[in-house]
Ligand binder design. Structure first.
Ligand SMILES: [Zn+2]
Length: 410
């Protein structure tokens, strides 16, 4: 089977190399596009069916990918969230023979399969109704029908509440247009508590806007209220939570002075993405901001103790906006790791330090692994396969800094 699928993929690849859309008249262009949609369905179906097996037998390298979803996200070029849904659908489809048959026949897109499987799992008697809706209705209609089926099937309110609690999430990302986005999902009483806490801030902002005789946009006002609440709570950090968290902005010194970036220069919130230089300059006085302005060599900084000096920390922030493991893009709660452990006489020097997400840090420590590779494209290997970097020690012996250049200011 593997050989057959590989051959089909190879033939498809060869056909794609020759495909010239301009050669088709209107009718055949439409027919061909429909064929590609069918191929897409088959591809999605195969991926969905295999995902369960990959998840069950953990057919991935745990030092590279923390779960089947992370693996699937990597090979599919999708978000981990989308991959998790595919795996959930894959497990659900196992108990839904009619849905699985439709999937195998190429009759369902991945989105349709997800909606049908989720609702039919909640109420298997609705499976054929959902499949017929999928074939005739648009996605919006199918989603509405699926939501109705799920709501009607939920007899145990407490179980549903517990499920929502277990799957609570907070996500923060930069959207394609450059705007910041936050998505919060969880039990309704708790999201209501957050929304209610905004009310006094919203009321104050509303009153101020009325005083100034400004038009009021309610949604925009709620956003401003959220920021005002965050600013107000910054002075009341929980006990033992350490220093005030900061937003790291990385910007070239020239750009910071000149007020705009030139090609090759950066101005970004570390881990999130680009922002205008004017915003970075405005933020420069802000207590939340730690500007990392490029310009000073930190590679010569080394330290005898285990504690990592501030200069070195700033350099690591610069070098590792995300986990050092290739393909792991986790940018929050990163931990500093001594590649050659401190206990094994590994020095607190930049060449021996990396930032890892909690998962990969734990994997490395638990199995006594070592990191090999460059920058944020490293991978974990057994201790025996790792050798101290001769190149660096040789150059150090000669009193020279390592060849790689990185510039960071304190
Ligand atoms: Zn990681």
């Amino acid at each position: 089977m593997l050989g057959r699928i590989r051959q089909i993929a190879a033939e498809l690849g060869a056909a794609m190399a020759e495909l010239d859309p301009a050669c088709f008249d209107g009718r055949s262009a439409g027919v061909l596009m429909e064929e590609f949609a069918r191929i897409e369905h088959f591809g999605g179906a195969g991926k969905t069916l295999m995902a369960r097996r990959v998840d069950d037998v953990r057919a991935f390298n745990p030092s590279q990918h923390r779960s089947a979803a992370h693996y699937l996200a990597k090979v599919s070029g999708t978000s981990v969230f989308a991959a998790e849904q595919t795996i959930r659908t894959s497990h659900e489809v196992g108990d839904l023979p009619a849905t699985e048959a439709a999937l195998r026949a190429g009759a369902l897109s991945s989105v349709q399969a997800k909606e049908v499987a989720a609702a039919a799992s909640a109420d298997p008697s609705a499976e054929s109704l959902l499949l017929s809706r999928a074939s005739t209705d648009g996605i919006k209609g199918l989603k509405a029908e699926a939501a109705r089926v799920i709501a009607a099937a939920s007899t145990d309110e407490n179980a549903r509440y517990d499920c929502i609690t277990r799957e609570r999430t907070f996500r923060h990302w930069r959207d394609h247009d450059g705007s910041g986005r936050i998505d919060v999902r969880g039990p309704l009483d708790l999201t209501a508590r957050v929304a209610l806490a905004l009310a006094p801030y919203e009321a104050a902002l509303f009153a101020a806007a009325k005083d100034r005789d400004e038009p009021v946009n309610n949604a925009a006002l709620m956003f401003d209220a959220l920021v005002a609440m965050a600013d107000a709570s910054a002075g009341e950090m929980p006990k033992g939570s350490g220093p005030l968290p900061t937003v790291n902005v990385r910007i070239d010194h020239r750009a910071f002075v000149a007020g705009d970036t030139e090609p090759g220069e950066v101005c970004e919130i570390v881990g999130l993405g680009p922002i205008p230089v004017s915003v970075a300059r405005r933020l420069a006085d802000d207590a939340f901001l730690k500007a990392i302005i490029t310009g000073v060599n930190v590679l010569t900084i080394s330290h005898l103790g285990r504690t990592i000096p501030a200069h070195l920390r700033t350099a690591l922030d610069e070098l590792f906006p995300e986990c050092a493991i290739e393909g792991c893009n986790v940018a929050w709660s990163l931990e500093i790791d001594h590649n050659q452990p401190f206990e094994a006489r590994g020095p607190t020097a930049l060449w021996n330090l990396n930032k890892l997400c909690r998962y990969h840090h734990q994997q490395k420590t638990r199995h006594d692994l070592r990191l090999v590779g460059e920058g944020t494209n490293k991978r974990l290997v057994p201790k025996a396969e790792w050798h101290p970097p001769d190149r660096i020690t040789d150059r150090k012996r000669q009193g020279q800094p390592p060849r790689r250049r990185a510039f960071v200011a304190a």
